[in-house]
Design a protein around this ligand. Structure first.
Ligand SMILES: [Zn+2]
Length: 295
């Protein structure tokens, strides 16, 4: 989706509903849209901060200014991609607040896994299990486990208003990128099904505008993923081939900067289909060069 016209509200405090404020970080990119949105939950003297964002001084200062003299009960991260959690540590230090939420990942610094997208500084004081809650005056946030985009991804439900903070699991501006090995398309689909069974009134994603018809969007996303799956099966039915050749056939008018991400999403689908016994590798040449066929 094209970027919205400037000016963007970078660094400003916006209030989509009485219990929720948000501050946009200065990190726009083809992956983050206009940037990461940090949310502040609570209208009184004790609040929670969701997805503090990148550890950039301007953004930290904007969050601190928005907080005023409110006490921060919890700094909560949906997952540990670098545009979401690195500000947790410096913010915790400046506000004397605990970091609570998603689990840390066991990352490979060297070797075949590419972990550069992950925040290696993330050290939570407490990890929330599915259904566990954090509370403050007038607010209750429930952790909803939604692995897929990353294996440690959580959404947070604001019980008082019916809002759901969806991190990168579901966004209005783009489909979520699922990058193996940590990203898992099978888990991602299950996590979409999980949201479809819920009755949230609005989604606040880390990137992009609030989503006011959440179930309709989730249904569309489930359909979109099935369509991608069918597309892969149709193309492999014509000819066994590799990911590099599949991407331009599947993604028309793709922003060239997103070719790598598209390839990883196709790979995530292929791994999921392989696990289900629907496709297999005809030749293993490594990464994007493997030749895939219908089983
Ligand atoms: Zn992410």
């Amino acid at each position: 989706m094209a970027m919205p016209p400037k000016p963007w509200p970078t660094g400003l405090v916006e209030q989509p509903e009485p219990l929720v404020r948000r501050v946009l970080a200065p990190n726009p990119s083809p992956y983050t849209y206009t940037g990461t949105q940090t949310y502040i939950v609570g209208a009184e003297h004790e609040v929670a901060v969701i997805d503090p964002g990148p550890a950039e001084d301007d953004h930290l200062d904007a969050i601190i200014a928005a907080l005023g003299d409110a006490k921060v009960t919890a700094i909560m991260c949906t997952h540990t991609h670098r545009d979401h959690s690195p500000a947790a540590k410096p913010l915790a230090k400046r506000k004397g607040a605990p970091v609570v939420g998603c689990a840390p990942l066991v990352l490979e610094v060297d070797g075949p896994r590419s972990d550069e997208a992950f925040d290696t500084t993330y050290e939570p004081d407490r990890v929330l299990e599915d259904g566990e809650q954090m509370t403050g005056p007038g607010w209750t946030l429930t952790a909803v486990h939604t692995p897929g985009h990353t294996s440690n991804h959580l959404c947070f439900a604001l019980e008082e208003s019916g809002a759901l903070f969806t991190g990168d699991h579901v966004m209005g501006w783009s489909t979520s990128v699922v990058i193996p090995p940590d990203g898992d398309m099978g888990d991602y689909m299950k996590s979409l099904d999980k949201l479809y069974t819920r009755e949230d009134s609005v989604y606040y994603a880390a990137h992009g505008a609030p989503i006011t018809k959440p179930r309709q969007l989730v249904r569309g996303m489930i359909g979109h993923r099935r369509q991608r799956e069918n597309q892969i099966l149709r193309l492999l039915g014509e000819e066994a081939t590799n990911i590099e050749k599949l991407v331009p056939l599947m993604y028309k008018n793709l922003d060239p900067r997103l070719t790598g991400a598209a390839g990883m999403s196709v790979k995530a689908h292929l791994i999921d289909l392989e696990r289900r016994g629907i496709v297999s590798r005809l030749e293993e040449k490594g990464h994007l060069e493997d030749i895939w066929q219908t089983a």
